[in-house]
Design a protein. Structure first.
Length: 356
């Protein structure tokens, strides 16, 4: 007599969906809570990355957001000052597969309340325009003039030859909004692309992977090619992130840098969010050792006084004498990474005649 044993194969769970399920669970349920504006920020960022890269998270991964999604109208009416977060979260959840039409209702209400006109910042108003356009609504106000002011800001390349993280992040976000996160050509002029390269050189010299990742993504969206040295460095930095879990771990971490570095990996077609994640509280830390020459470089240039020059070739020897070997290595890499380096350095040097 023959005994036939029938085996039931285990259900197959897509490894990516399992990783993303754990990652979203961490942000939705284990780091912060829904009434915290930082919860809104963190979750809006991760969901936006998944939606804009077309990364399917799966229904199970979105489940932790269901109760929040169901309460969105109530939350937004009580906290209208956070309307851009609420619109972003509703739009991305629906576009990632969550059933419902909350986003349209929220956009209609924001339009009726004229919330974008309560913004003082052109950047925030431009984000509102982009969010509302995703459901076919155009806010009140002169949107063409708003866009032109943003383009004028981008075209002033001298702004981005000096350390100014706020301006650099605003530059990248303008590109994100005008390109609809890579869905269309933002039609940047050469000056705006030069601005991106200047900001990228500063970010590389500072060894700021967070900002450099955003700049390389913006260059991709602008139909430009980021310097391979920058993208190779970002690939290495992304691989060096460490993830710790446990109920007591601190969340004062490098989560944003972790997210945008992995976003960059997805945009260039590499594996993103490839770490092992757990359904628990997690913190994300970058490599602790980075030789960043920006402070040394600025002090050396400042101390030259009238001997300072905007000509990089004449200043290079001064830099070699003033900087540590590790810092000079980074600066030399920056020099060879971009054809815009000498133009950038001319602005960075601030060697014009003194004010009368």
């Amino acid at each position: 007599m023959t005994n036939i044993v029938q085996l039931t194969p285990p259900s197959r769970i897509d490894p990516q969906e399992a990783r993303l399920g754990a990652l979203l669970s961490c942000f939705a349920e284990h780091r912060r809570f829904g009434d915290d504006v930082f919860w809104l920020k963190e979750n809006a960022e991760i969901l936006n990355i998944l939606e804009s890269t077309g990364t399917a998270a799966g229904d199970a991964a979105l489940a932790p957001y269901q109760s929040f999604y169901d309460s969105l109208e109530k939350r937004m009416r009580f906290f209208p000052q956070y309307y851009r977060f609420f619109l972003s979260l509703a739009l991305d959840l629906e576009d990632l597969g969550m059933a419902g039409d909350q986003a349209q209702n929220l956009i209609d209400w924001a339009h009726a309340q004229d919330l974008p006109q309560a913004e003082l910042s052109d950047l925030q108003r431009l984000e509102a325009v982009r969010l509302m356009a995703r459901r076919g609504v155009t806010p009140n106000g002169d949107c063409a003039a708003l866009e032109q002011r943003a383009r004028d800001f981008m075209a002033r390349s001298d702004t981005f030859a000096l350390p100014n993280k706020k301006a650099a992040y605003e530059l990248t976000h303008i590109v994100f909004y005008l390109s609809e996160y890579g869905r269309k050509d933002p039609m940047l002029d050469p000056a705006a692309k030069r601005s991106l390269h200047f900001a990228g050189l500063l970010a590389f010299i500072e060894q700021n992977a967070d900002l450099l990742a955003e700049i390389c993504i913006a260059l991709q969206f602008a139909k430009d090619v980021p310097p391979p040295l920058w993208t190779d460095w970002l690939r290495r930095e992304t691989a060096l992130f460490s993830v710790q879990d446990g109920a007591e771990v601190s969340i004062h971490d490098d989560y944003h840098e972790f997210l945008v570095c992995n976003w960059h990996q997805a945009v260039v077609g590499d594996a993103a969010f490839a770490k092992g994640f757990v359904y628990d509280r997690m913190r994300f830390d970058h490599s602790p050792t980075r030789a960043a020459p920006m402070r040394e470089m600025s002090e050396a240039m400042f101390n030259l006084d009238d001997a300072r020059s905007g000509d990089w070739m004449s200043m290079r020897l001064h830099m070699q004498d003033a900087l540590s070997p590790e810092a000079m290595t980074v600066l030399s890499q920056a020099e060879t990474s971009s054809l815009h380096f000498e133009e950038f350095f001319h602005g960075f040097a601030r060697a014009e005649p003194a004010l009368s």
